[in-house]
Design a binder for this molecule. Structure first.
Ligand code: GLP
Length: 263
């Protein structure tokens, strides 16, 4: 696991967007794992702008999103399909039929989850999985006590997650209480996990996820088990990390990051 501390939100967003786009430039047929949440909006905006400038071609990519609310049709304004269409898919050239999210209105949710796992395998697995983090440490919608070996399945959301995500709905009563989410095990199968964490409100949970024990109470801590996990953070989110001096040394000295240090 590497933690790359960036001076501010914009620098963190730009680094993540560049890492995503460089992956696509190197591997045009990349399978991208995508995430929703306000954290990701500027990242997708940067990708849309780069695409408009002719700097990146997504034509051969395919994508799998982490999660979707159960009970929301794809065209519901608060569905994650709508979020992805509005923030990314409507503005770049990824063929829409190769953009996948779980179907939250499937007749048989369990079967949908099995099919989602099978589709990821059929696509050759996820090359790069983009991740945010919830205030309770969730990745996808893997709420506390999710098995660290879990696969795509239906998961009940915590009252705190429901309240925090209510901003996208007319009122809190409209927020679904369940979602289909890739499991922690599904996420750990990705070849590269790239997490973006910004802002002081995420500092405490980031420190638990990165430097605390691996525990199902903070499912992001399972990323410590992944052989290739990069965590991009801004200064505000880094304030509660103990190892900042070492992390800064890595960013400033490791050859892998040299092309990105110059900005
Ligand atoms: C939701 C999503 C997560 C996301 C989290 C944080 O719960 N399921 O994938 O990481 O929100 O969202 P935000 O980026 O808005 O803080």
């Amino acid at each position: 696991m590497e933690v790359l501390i960036q001076p501010d939100e914009t620098a963190a967003d730009e680094l993540v967007a560049r890492l995503m786009m460089d992956t696509v430039r190197r591997h045009p047929r990349a399978v991208l794992g995508l995430a929703t949440g306000r954290t990701m909006e500027p990242v997708y905006k940067a990708m849309v702008e780069a695409h408009a400038q002719g700097e990146v071609d997504f034509a051969a990519c395919s994508t799998f999103n982490l999660d979707e609310y159960i009970g929301l049709t794809p065209d519901h304004p608060a569905s994650y399909r709508t979020f992805m269409n509005q923030n990314l898919f409507d503005h770049v050239n990824i063929p829409i039929e190769r953009t996948r999210l779980p179907n939250g209105v499937a007749d048989d949710i369990d079967r949908e989850c099995v099919a989602y796992e099978a589709a990821i395998v059929a696509a050759g697995g996820i090359d790069l999985q983009l991740l945010g983090i919830g205030h309770d440490g969730h990745i996808g919608f893997n709420e506390p006590l999710s098995s660290l070996g879990s696969r795509t399945r239906s998961k009940a959301l915590t009252p705190d997650t429901i309240a925090r995500n209510a901003f996208a709905f007319a009122n809190e009563a409209e927020v679904p209480h369940r979602a289909i989410t890739m499991g922690v095990g599904t996420i750990l199968d990705s070849r590269w996990c790239l997490m973006l964490v910004k802002g002081a409100s995420k500092a405490a949970i980031l420190a638990k996820a990165v430097e605390g024990p691996v525990t199902s109470m903070v499912t992001a801590s399972a990323l410590q088990l992944h052989p290739r996990c990069t965590i991009v953070v801004d200064e505000a989110a880094a304030t509660e990390l103990d190892g900042c001096d070492y992390y800064r040394w890595i960013w400033e000295n490791e050859p892998e990051w040299a092309p990105y240090r110059s900005g």
